[in-house]
Design a protein around this ligand. Structure first.
Ligand code: UP5
Ligand code: MG
Length: 199
């Protein structure tokens, strides 16, 4: 049978920049499937019998990036399952990945030739705004990393490891940057303009 090659948009930005919020908006208005690498890791952490549960828990609390072998398998499985259920669902928003060199290498090794990365949606947001949004959410999110100590580490990891990946894609002319410090609706207006042009 003829199977479409998945079309991928990487969604990147600091902790609390609004990646998940904007991806939800996109899914309501466009034919994309949202895959949050963080959500997949948290689900794997919670899965009974997972051999990676403790490792994932430790990495997330420390704001460190989980070894790509784990993350890439979760992403690949989620993409395959989505496309097996509905062949028309071949557009993916991959939220929060790739976050470092290891992630990028893992993607290139496993997915090279198997998926097309169309562009990167970069939600640019100051660290203070990011931290405050996550702390506010932390009042009832139940996330083990929505506290000041973990947030300091998440921001460090973002600046040291993830920004260089975004810059790499920027040099390839593949980044659409959005000022994510504004209201959800203002940000989404820019997102729509980008997607309408790209589609
Ligand atoms: N909010 C959103 N937009 C707003 C706006 N415009 N104005 C005002 N408020 C806004 O939003 C965060 C909060 O802000 C919410 O309360 C929202 O209502 C509000 P959200 O949309 O959730 O932002 P998002 O960018 O998705 O924030 P998130 O906390 O999910 O980002 P992270 O990148 O930190 O978290 P993620 O889940 O991707 O990763 C968590 C951890 O998993 C990582 O630190 C890492 O340890 C691990 N991980 C890996 O190891 N590898 C991976 O590939 C991915 C994750
Ligand atoms: Mg998120």
């Amino acid at each position: 049978s003829l199977v479409m090659k998945p079309k991928v948009v990487f969604v990147l930005g600091g902790p609390g920049a609004g990646k998940g919020t904007q991806c939800s908006n996109i899914v309501e208005n466009y034919s994309y499937t949202h895959l949050s690498a963080g959500d997949l890791l948290r689900a794997e952490r919670a899965r009974e019998g997972s051999e990676f549960g403790q490792l994932i828990a430790n990495f997330i609390k420390d704001g460190k990036i989980v070894p790509v072998e784990i993350t890439i398998n979760l992403l690949r499985k989620a993409m395959e399952e989505t496309m097996q259920k509905d062949a028309k669902k071949f557009r993916f928003l991959i939220d929060g990945f790739p976050r470092n060199e290891d992630n990028l290498q893992g993607w290139n090794t496993v997915m090279d030739g198997k998926a097309d990365v169309k562009f990167v949606l970069f939600f640019d947001c100051g660290n203070e705004v990011c931290i405050n949004r996550c702390l506010e959410r932390g009042k009832n999110s139940g996330r083990t990393d929505d506290n000041r100590e973990s947030l300091e580490k998440r921001i460090q990891t973002y600046l040291q490891s993830t920004r260089p990946i975004i810059e790499l894609y920027e040099k390839q002319g593949k980044v659409h940057k959005v000022d994510a410090s504004r209201s959800v609706d203002e940000v989404f207006a820019d997102v729509k303009a980008i997607l309408d042009k790209e589609d």
